[in-house]
Write a protein that binds this ligand. Structure first.
Ligand SMILES: NC(=O)c1ccc[n+]([C@@H]2O[C@H](COP(=O)([O-])OP(=O)(O)OC[C@H]3O[C@@H](n4cnc5c(N)ncnc54)[C@H](OP(=O)(O)O)[C@@H]3O)[C@@H](O)[C@H]2O)c1
Length: 298
């Protein structure tokens, strides 16, 4: 299987490259930066490409593209997020016409205004979002499904593991002394996705002969409580802090006044409401084998 991977210099894309290399697949890795650490991308051939700027010149001949590149932030500048996540996806589709596209989307496409309870794939996209990241991810999914001849959309949630650039660093920003400020009360359930499991799901989607198209939630075998997850992530980072919960009812009015803050409405909706996913479709149709949530040791 000849693979192209966008976002290869990032957390998820790097894991996909390494998993593909371990499977013996030839990979062309793409990132925006000029050069990549060969170890991070599993020794793949590397090319620099800003997907927001335009189509790729002289694309390699591949069987599938795993599209991980994105502006993966809830506090990004709207124009940049749309350019990378939607226009960039358009350029990926235009650069690899006829190829199978494995599009790494996000569980952010589910309704942020109400709990996500063992959500099934048909429940998203919705008509309302709390930030441009989620809105652009939803729009990009729809574009991929409309344009690609073979489109497999994967929706992970709260991806964690070695090399995390997003979830753990974002949590650590809210550590004050020996306390981590967390919206809600810690008791709600959350589906987490281990990065190696997500990488394996990407390879299954790239190679699946009987599944040319579809949308699949990708997560660990069962949801965990926010409190368990937060304590586990802090321990895995070797940070001696404990969660201090802030009631969503108190935070929400503040978040309306300071919409771009760290504890914004999107963050509150992610921590104070259940965010669990039904992963039956991935297990039954892709052959995905989930593992229990477990955090790497420090
Ligand atoms: N991490 C999570 O918890 C999580 C959860 C759900 C979904 N996802 C999805 O998973 C995917 C990967 O996220 P991640 O956590 O791996 O993020 P990341 O570590 O921030 O990596 C983002 C990647 O996208 C590339 N990129 C950004 N803008 C680009 C542009 N204009 N042109 C080309 N490449 C560009 C970056 O390249 P450079 O670094 O070279 O600039 C980097 O390789 C995203 O689609 C994200 O929405 C992530």
């Amino acid at each position: 299987m000849r693979l192209a991977v966008t976002g290869a210099t990032g957390f998820v894309g790097g894991a996909v490259c390494r998993a593909a290399a371990a499977a013996g697949w030839p990979v062309t890795a793409f990132g925006r930066r000029a050069a990549a650490d060969p170890e991070h991308i599993g020794g793949a051939r590397y090319r620099s490409w800003d997907i927001a700027a335009g189509k790729l010149a002289e694309p390699p001949d591949v069987d599938a593209v795993v599209h991980c590149a994105a502006s993966a932030t809830d506090t990004g500048v709207a124009r940049e997020v749309w350019r990378t996540n939607l226009l960039g996806t358009h350029h990926v589709l235009a650069s690899f016409p006829g190829c199978r596209i494995v599009h790494v989307s996000s569980a952010s496409v589910y309704d942020p205004y109400r709990p996500t309870v063992r959500a099934k794939e048909h429940e998203a996209p919705v008509s309302r979002y709390l930030n441009v990241y989620a809105a652009a991810k939803a729009a990009a999914e729809q574009l991929v499904r409309a344009v690609a001849r073979e489109a497999i959309v994967l929706r992970p949630h709260a991806v964690y593991g070695t090399g995390d650039t997003t979830l753990l660093p974002r949590l650590l920003e809210n550590v004050r002394g020996n306390r981590l400020l967390v919206p809600g009360n810690g008791t709600v359930l959350v589906s987490m996705t281990e990065v190696g499991s997500l990488a394996r799901a990407c390879l299954l989607a790239a190679a699946a002969e009987t599944v040319p198209s579809g949308v699949f939630n990708i997560a660990d075998s069962a949801p965990v409580t926010i409190d368990w997850a937060v304590r586990g992530l802090l321990a895995s980072a070797g940070v001696p802090a404990r969660p201090a919960y802030l009631p969503a009812g108190l935070l929400s009015p503040l978040a309306r006044v300071f919409p771009g803050g760290r504890l914004n409405r999107y963050v509150i909706s992610q921590f104070a409401m259940e965010r669990s996913l039904d992963i039956t479709a991935a297990i039954d149709r892709l052959g995905y084998e989930p593992a229990p949530t477990a955090f790497p040791p420090p």
